[in-house]
Design a protein around this ligand. Structure first.
Ligand SMILES: [Zn+2]
Length: 59
């Protein structure tokens, strides 16, 4: 028998409110939707969490 294992990985999308740059990274504990993360490197605007989602992959 051969079985495939599916795992779900959570990702966080950070988005700059100033210039709209988006960055995808792995979800980290404490990430809350729409919370401010840091300053944008490009325009010094506020970077917020725009989306949190999970991707299922087969191993
Ligand atoms: Zn920016």
């Amino acid at each position: 028998m051969f079985s495939k294992e599916k795992i779900t990985i959570a990702y966080t999308i950070e988005k700059c409110e100033g210039c709209g740059i988006q960055k995808k990274r792995k979800f980290a504990e404490g990430d809350v939707l729409f919370s401010k993360i840091s300053k944008c490197n490009s325009c010094d605007g506020d970077t917020v969490i725009d989306k949190i989602f999970g991707e299922t992959i087969e191993q």
